[in-house]
Design a protein around this ligand. Structure first.
Ligand SMILES: *[C@@H]1O[C@H](CO)[C@@H](O)[C@H](O)[C@H]1NC(C)=O
Ligand SMILES: *[C@@H]1O[C@H](CO)[C@@H](O)[C@H](O)[C@H]1NC(C)=O
Ligand SMILES: *[C@@H]1O[C@H](CO)[C@@H](O)[C@H](O)[C@H]1NC(C)=O
Ligand SMILES: *[C@@H]1O[C@H](CO)[C@@H](O)[C@H](O)[C@H]1NC(C)=O
Ligand SMILES: *[C@@H]1O[C@H](CO)[C@@H](O)[C@H](O)[C@H]1NC(C)=O
Ligand SMILES: *[C@@H]1O[C@H](CO)[C@@H](O)[C@H](O)[C@H]1NC(C)=O
Length: 578
């Protein structure tokens, strides 16, 4: 039995909306504000250093090689560890430009965004003889295009009016149709690989990963919402349901499986590579589409993770059949988990794990890809740091939820490390070995899509203020809109707020923690640090937090301040300027 130190806290629903309402801080001390502005400008310089070098030396190829100032057409290499079946006649898809689109909007660079849209609409084609990884192409290319399309059509972004005629959506739809061919399997689980031009290749591997078939729903669901063609969402949903039906009696999944037989290949799994975004997408799909089904899956899956993978602040891997620990390893991808926990409302657990990841970052200067917890040493071959965003991402979520200035310091430290160790004349280079800080000739597109974006938003959240967004696993924002909601997310709304505030019941932990750690609850008598409902809290009039006037908004539970109605008609703690 694993120790049960930090259980899910009460107040989940409050914190979910606390985060996605993206409340602006009202008592910014000037020193803090000046520091954030300074750091924001530092991140802006980082983005443009990476972007301009890509545009000069690599565009329209996929990614920049910053040491030799040349390019790599890497779309076919993503997820392709053995570099098999590489294309012979493929000159790139401007991958890094597509990945930069939403960041350009967040940085306020409308002219460059427009220029990119025009170039892509005239020059980008997916009719290329290249075998690509469905998961990677989905999160980077489809997600990049869908998100940028929404930003381009946002009525507040008047800039592209006139030139924008759904060009990005047309490209996205063309890509989505190519994806559909991967789903033609007996199980509905998609092949991991397709050739963009010819579909699934003869003798293609039937092996895929949990994240490969369980994290398509945000992008493909959004594509269906935007085009009115239900096939994309239906395919992704069918695959997700099938995947979930293959879970073990412990509600655990493995890491890899066969798309034809539906049998597991690798029974061990954790929250890192090959699985991570499966969990992330259940929760985010629930927020984006408001379907109870996603929440039900997420809740069971999350409880199983906390029960079988967690050891204090760390997460090891376990066998899905027995729940027995298999590998005691920290991987750099796991650092996204605290960010997801913030969305769930489990702030204390998020804070604890995040601090451990940051310790490791401080110790090595960056996060090593894999660290052996049981032997307290680096993995012999996976000592690299490819400019991954996950720690910055979790730092942003925790800062949004708590406004604790300590997270700004974490962000500053990340920014300083990146500039000190990875900045070269031709861009930002991945670290090959964290013990020597030797560099590798590769600037991954996610550095522009995620790492720079999350750091920028940490220091300046203006983009988040009048619209709620879900960020895909590649950092592309999708707005939370009630018209996309099948139903409002009710799981977060207690049926009776009065009873929540009632003295006796206020010490009740959430149903989630009750299921997880009944012994703790009984033995502490309810006073050992559970997340209590705040005494001042008054809920908004409507459970979906929409409003017409300020009177429709309640009192914020964390700050005890009056929430007001934004221009976008959402209740929140908006920053009052002037
Ligand atoms: C790729 O570039 C090479 C060299 O410029 C050219 O010969 C080839 O036709 C291009 N291939 C495609 C598919 O555009
Ligand atoms: C937008 O990006 C381009 C290319 O990097 C740059 O030349 C221009 O100054 C940027 N504009 C703004 C407003 O930042
Ligand atoms: C499309 O690519 C060609 C060749 O690089 C270029 O001349 C043209 O300007 C591009 N179209 C746009 C709209 O940028
Ligand atoms: C597919 O596999 C079969 C049997 O191993 C083989 O005969 C055939 O040549 C393969 N086809 C391709 C395109 O590799
Ligand atoms: C996070 O952990 C630190 C150290 O234990 C603690 O001081 C801080 O109050 C915690 N913050 C939150 C929001 O739980
Ligand atoms: C809510 O709960 C309180 C305390 O348990 C109870 O007095 C009240 O009648 C309940 N209200 C509704 C509408 O059920």
């Amino acid at each position: 039995m694993l120790p049960c130190q930090s259980t899910l806290r009460f107040g989940t629903w409050v914190l979910l909306f606390f985060l996605i309402s993206n409340l602006a801080m009202s008592e910014v001390d000037l020193h803090g504000a000046a520091k954030k502005r300074y750091l924001r400008e530092k991140v802006r310089k980082m983005f443009y250093h990476a972007y301009d070098n890509y545009m000069t030396h690599a565009f329209p190829h996929d990614e920049l090689k910053p040491l030799t100032k040349t390019y790599t057409d890497s779309l076919s290499e993503l997820g392709n560890l053995k570099l098999e079946h590489l294309p012979h006649n493929y000159n790139g898809s401007a991958l890094t430009l597509i990945e930069s689109l939403s960041s350009l909007v967040i940085l306020g660079n409308n002219t460059e965004f427009e220029r990119a849209i025009l170039w892509l609409s005239e020059n980008l084609t997916f009719d290329v003889d290249a075998r690509i990884n469905l998961f990677e192409c989905n999160i980077r290319v489809l997600g990049g295009l869908v998100s940028a399309h929404i930003l381009a059509t946002d009525s507040r972004n008047r800039f592209v009016q006139g030139i924008y005629q759904d060009q990005l959506l047309i490209l996205a739809e063309d890509l989505g149709k190519r994806f559909l061919r991967a789903f033609n399997t007996p199980t509905g689980l998609p092949y991991a690989w397709i050739n963009l031009k010819y579909g699934v290749m003869e003798n293609e591997t039937t092996e895929t990963s949990t994240s490969g078939c369980g994290s398509l729903i945000l992008e493909m669901g959004a594509l269906s919402q935007l085009t009115g063609d239900p096939r994309y969402e239906a395919a992704a949903l069918r695959a997700l349901r099938k995947l979930w039906s293959l879970r073990s009696a412990l509600n655990l999944l493995g890491t890899t499986l066969d798309v034809v037989t539906g049998e597991w290949i690798e029974y061990s799994s954790g929250i890192g590579a090959g699985v991570d975004s499966f969990y992330e997408y259940l929760m985010k799909a629930y927020i984006l589409f408001g379907r109870e089904e996603f929440w039900d899956m997420f809740q069971s899956a999350y409880l199983a993770v906390q029960k079988y993978f967690r050891h204090g602040p760390w997460y090891h891997e376990a066998d899905m059949r027995t729940g027995k620990a298999t590998y005691w390893q920290l991987t750099s991808l796991q650092a996204f988990w605290p960010g997801l926990q913030v969305l769930v409302g489990d702030i204390a657990a998020a804070n604890t794990s995040h601090r451990e990841f940051f310790h490791v970052w401080k110790r090595f200067g960056v996060l090593p890809e894999r660290y052996l917890l049981d032997r307290e040493m680096l993995h012999p071959t996976e000592k690299y740091y490819p400019l991954r965003p996950e720690l910055a991402e979790s730092t942003l979520y925790l800062y949004q939820a708590t406004k604790d200035p300590w997270y700004i310091e974490v962000g500053e430290s990340i920014v300083n490390s990146l500039n000190f160790y990875t900045k070269v004349e031709g861009g930002f280079a991945s670290v090959k070995d964290v013990t020597t800080m030797q560099l590798e000739d590769h600037q991954h597109s996610f550095f522009l899509a995620e790492t720079c974006k999350y750091l920028y938003l940490l220091f300046d959240d203006a983009f988040l203020v009048d619209q709620n967004y879900v960020f895909t696993t590649e950092g592309h924002p999708l707005p939370v809109k009630s018209v996309w909601h099948e139903r409002l997310p009710e799981a977060y709304i207690p049926t009776n707020w009065t009873s929540v505030k009632n003295g006796k019941q206020s010490q009740r932990a959430s149903a989630l923690s009750l299921q997880l750690c009944p012994a703790t609850i009984a033995s502490t008598g309810g006073n050992a640090g559970y997340w209590f409902e705040s005494a001042c809290h008054v809920p908004d009039a409507r459970t979906d937090h929409r409003c017409i006037a300020d009177e429709d908004c309640g009192i914020d539970s964390t700050t005890c301040r009056q929430r007001t109605c934004s221009m976008a008609s959402y209740c929140g703690l908006w920053l009052l300027i002037g």
